[in-house]
Design a protein around this ligand. Structure first.
Ligand SMILES: Cc1cc2nc3c(=O)[nH]c(=O)nc-3n(C[C@H](O)[C@H](O)[C@H](O)COP(=O)(O)OP(=O)(O)OC[C@H]3O[C@@H](n4cnc5c(N)ncnc54)[C@H](O)[C@@H]3O)c2cc1C
Length: 416
């Protein structure tokens, strides 16, 4: 006996990926330790936009959770997205034709509240041992599985487990040091954001605003409305471009809000509620192995962020649920440590669910690098309701998004 805690599975990180994994493992009756270096509620640098896929993931985990989320204080329902092209033209794209009817498909909720809500749900289920204030530091493969060393409130702590599920986010030490996933600037984005109060012109139906500017393409500046005239405001740019242009994104955000004609007035009386904060986004524009000898990767640790929209919360939850299903099966089918071959199904399931979407978004990211094309599509769609409707459908219908990969779509766009 070495005083270590024991569990079948040790999940590193209690963000949306780790919590979804724990909730799904609970359904399989698998003993789990979930550890996070932070004590919740904790902040996470993010745009805070929750897509319809988040609601659907919650429904799959527990329909009551999806209902409870809508009642969370501070939640702003969102009915659509407004794209602003580099030429300043705006295109409002509702998520659904029935805007304003029933529950909104999307929402904006600061991560301080959303992640706490998810971890509370894990605690209420009661089967996972949750250790907050616990930073995982070392991972040793043993004859039985893993020996994970951590610091809990500054004191050493060890966990023995058969399987590690790494959900420790964009700066995961497990993903880089054990799984060997590198940070490739072309497949990585830098993002900064701050909360502002007193912003004017926010959409009353909670449409999120993506403002594409020549200097940021294929990234964008965003304004995501929150209740009471508050907004999550930020911008993102691919890391290779940040390096090449030697950009200071925090300075750039302040400058754009003060100088851009379409934003200057709206931010004239606005006040940043705290410092502008930055964090990286590992993009899913390149496929990496998501499993290996005795481990599974989930969410940002697995580089699964949508390269066009920056959406990563739902992808963390979806990959977490798949990881839990694969883990439960592998633990039952194997004695002792779990070999890589027993976990490969995780890769297959995640790529089947997200692969096509990520491939289309990678193509879209490449296309938005051409400002003239962006201007052209938005100009045309603002005049042509059928095209606007087509673009709207693309948000909910993958087959429609697939059209963007075909040359015929652009021929129709040009001459239609
Ligand atoms: C600027 C920006 C804007 C974004 N906007 C959006 C958006 O609007 N919508 C959207 O869907 N996505 C957005 N994303 C992406 C989204 O934030 C991530 O995809 C999402 O948080 C991934 O969830 P996760 O559970 O994998 O990781 P995280 O949410 O990062 O959670 C990881 C957890 O692991 C813990 N941890 C880390 N290291 C250790 C360790 N060694 N030991 C123990 N615990 C550890 C951390 O404390 C954290 O709680 C944005 C990202 C950025 C940077």
């Amino acid at each position: 006996m070495d005083g270590a805690l024991n569990a079948e599975v040790c999940i590193i990180g209690a963000g949306p990926g780790g919590c979804a994994t724990a909730l799904q493992l609970d359904k399989h009756g698998v003993g789990t330790i979930l550890l996070d270096k932070a004590v919740f509620p904790r902040d996470k640098v993010c745009g805070d936009a929750l897509s319809g896929k988040v609601a659907r993931s919650l429904e799959r985990l527990d329909p009551e959770l999806a209902i409870a989320l809508r009642r969370q204080p501070g939640t702003q329902p969102s009915w659509g997205v407004t794209f602003v092209a580099p030429n300043g033209k705006a295109l409002r794209v509702p998520f659904t034709r029935e805007t304003g009817v029933g529950d909104a498909p999307g929402a904006i909720l600061p991560r301080l509240g959303f992640d706490h809500f998810l971890l509370q749900a894990v605690k209420q289920e009661g089967s996972a041992t949750v250790l907050e204030g616990t930073r995982a530091k070392g991972f040793e493969r043993t004859a039985e599985g893993w020996h994970v060393t951590a610091l809990h409130d500054g004191k050493p702590l060890a966990v023995r487990c058969r399987l590690v599920i790494d959900a420790s986010g964009a700066n995961s030490i497990f993903a880089t040091q054990v799984a060997g996933l590198p940070m490739e600037p072309r497949h990585h984005c830098a993002g900064v954001r701050a909360y502002y109060s007193g912003v004017t012109g926010l959409d009353t139906q909670g449409f999120i605003e993506l403002i594409f500017l020549k200097e940021l393409l294929p990234g964008y500046l965003w304004i995501f409305p929150l209740p009471g005239g508050r907004a999550n405001v930020g911008l993102g740019l691919r890391s290779d471009m940040v390096r090449r242009r030697k950009s200071d994104l925090k300075k750039l955000l302040v400058q754009l809000l003060a100088e851009l004609p379409q934003l200057r007035e709206r931010f004239a009386d606005a006040r940043a509620e705290g410092p502008i904060q930055g964090m990286g986004l590992p993009l899913g524009s390149k496929r990496w192995p998501l499993s290996g000898d005795g481990y599974l990767l989930v969410g940002d640790a697995a580089h699964l962020i949508d390269p066009f929209t920056g959406e990563g919360i739902s992808h963390a939850m979806i990959s977490g649920m798949h990881a839990a299903d694969v883990a439960a099966h592998a633990l039952q089918a194997n004695d002792g440590p779990i070999p890589a071959s027993a976990l490969k199904d995780h890769d297959a399931r995640v790529w089947k669910r997200l692969g096509q979407e990520l491939a289309i978004s990678t193509r879209l990211q490449q296309l938005t690098a051409f400002p003239w094309l962006f201007n052209f599509v938005v100009n045309k769609a603002t005049r042509n309701p059928v095209l606007a409707d087509t673009i709207s459908s693309m948000f909910n219908d993958l087959d429609m998004r697939e059209q963007l990969k075909k040359p015929g779509f652009y021929v129709k766009l040009l001459f239609g």
